[in-house]
Design a binder for this molecule. Sequence first.
Ligand code: GAP
Length: 556
Amino acid sequence: MSDAATKSMDAIMALCKRRGFIYQASEIYGGINGFWDYGPLGAQMKKNLRDAWWQDMILNPCWGRKGPNGDRVTCVPVETCIIQHPRVWEASGHLAGFADPMRKCAKCGHFVRADQYWEILATSSEWFASLVQTFEPSVAGTQTPGASSPALMQWAKTKGKRLAPNLALVRNPEVTLSWLATRVNGQPDAPPDLHEIVRHVATEQLNATGLQEPCVRCGGELGAPAPFKLMFESYAGLTQSEDNKVYLRPETAQGIFVQFKNVVDTTRVKMPFGIGNTGKSFRNEITPRNFTFRSREFEQAELEFFCHPSESFEWYKFWRDFRMEWWRSIGLAGENLILREHEKDELSHYSQGTSDVEYRFPFTAPGFGELEGIAHRGDFDLTQHAKHSGAKLEYFDQDRGEVLPNGSKRGERYLPHCIEPAAGLDRGVLALLCEAYTRDESRPSPELMKFHPRIAPIKAAVFPLVNKDGMPETAEKLYNELFARFGRSGIIETDAKQSIGKRYARMDEAGCPYCFTIDGQTATDQTVTVRDRDTGAQERIGIGKVGEFLAERLKV
Ligand code: GAP
């Protein structure tokens, strides 16, 4: 079993609340579904992740590596608005197509995403969880559960009445079970699989309706899928009329595409180059769930990398591999992280290749959930915006085309292709939290967060062992030195309250990698103890060496 499967999401969420990483938004009003706030440690941790992305994607892209063209990778930032001209979303296709297929229960009105129906039924339907317990174990080597009529009848008359009052099996068990019996007896060599049994128990009038699918909440029959628009709407201006309707962006990417021409015209970037943007995006997700994984307000870090069409596949592969390496470098090393190339039938209509960096979250284990998508978008976006706005978005590349007699090149005009590494910062934080969460029963306080030093919100803590004999003054002096040197990269903490064991335990839960303690020996030999969070081991180092020790490990 992977270690992700053994980690409890409840325990991780409890620690996040207790230590101020993540709170429910508007909690004192009962919370609001799909919205989360970051507390002091979470806000600093998310900033560290955002800063790491900015540093390694914008300021020093790909750690100074050369791209497939042999040159250093160049990227520049923009910061674009959450609200754009509504026609941006017309051009991007979001107005017409950004919708999830939803099915509504004819009885209780509950909605469920059609494309995730079976997964949601299996993971969050109370009545389904109860019903499957009545099934006999699968026939060895097959996916076929045995559903016995007496057991189903018994369930319908007891638990079913309370859990799934609108399920056909509960409303009219005799008729419903007679259809199921006809089916089983009619094809004894091809027993129904689980999905077919579920459809049968949801169907009373088989001849009139065909097999139905039941509501995950009450068992009532679900209607046909209909699109549910995911963009939040608002109004800009005095009147709340159609003319003033605007949308909260569902992705940061489009802000980049619509500023492509300005960036080319006002800076000295040359093809190939990237434009990056971090910021909030909004999607009216129907079933926000799994903590922050699927939220209605979330932050993205997206890069649109523009290049000549002939080089686009090389760049696609380059970015795909680099992004995987990057997530590994900040602590998601190991078998919980995979790179998954999309199958042809999974690709968006404009994409010529997409890979996802996926993490095995405790709630997806043994499966994986998307952290970042790296998509070859071709020239779809620039073509669309050129068409809808009338702007000329072609790029004139002076370094291409035939060589002229004077040695210069004729140049080539083209619409660049775009590779898009699109990461989610909230999912990134969540994956890092899940990966870091560790229980070590041999410790007096068993929970600790093994953050990579770059991501840890608290970089170091300085403690006086006790509050006497000059220890607090020495600790204060060391704290001031460390704060002056490292305070820009994260929190430096000092704390003199409670026993030293409790202070270490607090730092372990916060994921602070190093604690320095001034003790009785410090005054005589100018050494302090340094305690390693992950092993709990302590060593003595000279007080004058603490800065170097930390710089080496934090890599700042
Ligand atoms: N511009 C392309 C784009 O937006 P996406 O796969 O829809 O692609 C990119 O989103 C990333 O944004 C995802 O990999 C995920 O990390 C994050 N993301 C998307 N929807 C999210 C949601 N509802 N809650 C949290 N993060 C989300």
